[in-house]
Design a protein around this ligand. Structure first.
Ligand SMILES: Cc1cc2nc3c(=O)[nH]c(=O)nc-3n(C[C@H](O)[C@H](O)[C@H](O)COP(=O)(O)O)c2cc1C
Length: 328
């Protein structure tokens, strides 16, 4: 996730169990682009002990091919094409989710990338731009290009992040595609993970916001699949996570108010799991410095009660906050 799941976050979440494979933030590709050094650090100095997949976004075929070749010189499991980013600044340039309006261009790009990528080549897609009607055609393109993995975020680009997720479309992709398909969208608990796998028969799951809210989610899913009772964090465990987050993603050299500002990006997700009145979120959003911020955190979380960390209202997340992550 752009500007969120960087090297620092990878390192932190790996200490909570973490996923089996990590996707980088997207490398923005244009005719003049060079590999972003900050994102490249996640690959070159991968702190997780697990494989990394490099994600790219763009539409210029020669540049996308060049970039995928450069990336393959590094230690990655695969290259992933982003066909989902819904930020207007991205889709209006016909990149990310914007490409889904132009299936023939998707076809051309994917075939060129398939030829250029000798390791795993995967695609992360939404189910259409403003309607899922195009999804069958997209699946036919993906299958015809012999990609190695397809991740489906079961929303259209215009749905952004709030609508319900169309898991039926993901199930359709699972049935149609010759390669493994992973399900994505609103997987916020190990119970939800289990039901999405049952419903879609997907071979795997990609988890975004749920992992920031609940870094234990991957080990909970693994435990559950091995019939081990999953660990449920207490308020104090969540408090410790927020302290760890502050230490991981901000620097003591930064001014206190800047550190809080930076943390708020993560708190948009974490806060939704804390309490249903949204008071925690409301108050932490207004905290002016770290002392004030952690004072509020202690007020809400200095207890030993279990915290499921499921979002009480996914809809309350302001789109501006989520879209701020995408830029091109
Ligand atoms: C701030 C933000 C940044 C994101 N950046 C990326 C990205 O760089 N690449 C990508 O494939 N998806 C990105 N996404 C989308 C997520 O990967 C995911 O598809 C979406 O949030 C739905 O899944 P979730 O409910 O598990 O979060 C981003 C989402 C958010 C909210």
């Amino acid at each position: 996730m752009q500007d969120v799941t960087d090297w620092n976050f990878w390192k932190l979440i790996s200490t909570y169990g973490g996923p089996d494979v990590y996707f980088t933030e997207y490398f923005r590709v244009t005719e003049t682009s060079k590999l972003n050094k900050y994102i490249l650090k996640s690959i070159v100095e991968n702190p997780t002990g697990k494989p990394a997949i490099a994600q790219i976004i763009g539409n210029d075929i020669a540049s996308m091919v060049r970039t995928s070749r450069e990336l393959q010189k590094h230690n990655i499991l695969g290259v992933d094409l982003n066909l989902g980013c819904p930020a207007p600044v991205v889709y209006k340039k016909k990149a990310g989710g914007g490409l889904l309006r132009f299936p023939s261009e998707v076809r051309e790009l994917i075939h060129a990338l398939r030829d250029a990528i000798s390791i795993q080549f995967s695609v992360k897609t939404r189910i259409g731009f403003d309607t899922p009607e195009v999804f069958d055609q997209l699946l036919e393109i993906f299958a015809g290009a012999h990609i190695d993995l397809l991740t489906v975020h079961g929303r259209t680009v215009k749905d952004l992040y709030r609508s319900s997720v169309n898991y039926d479309s993901i199930q359709k992709a699972v049935q149609y595609m010759p390669c493994p398909v992973w399900a994505n969208g609103n997987i916020y608990s190990y119970q939800k993970a289990e039901s999405v796998i049952q419903q879609t028969r997907a071979a795997g799951l990609m988890i975004g916001r749920g992992a920031i809210r609940n870094p234990w989610i991957f080990s909970q899913i693994r435990d559950r699949s091995h019939s081990v009772v999953p660990f449920i964090p207490s308020g104090r465990d969540v408090l410790e996570y927020i302290h760890n987050l502050a230490a991981a993603v901000t620097s003591p050299n930064e001014a206190s108010h800047k550190r809080v500002q930076h943390l708020k990006k993560y708190m948009n997700f974490v806060g939704l799991g804390i309490e249903p009145q949204a008071e925690f979120l409301h108050r932490t959003r207004r905290a002016a410095n770290l002392d004030e911020f952690f004072g509020i955190c202690h007020e809400f979380l200095n207890h030993s009660n279990p915290m499921e960390m499921t979002p009480f209202a996914p809809e309350s997340l302001p789109e501006n906050d989520t879209l701020a992550g995408c830029h091109l």
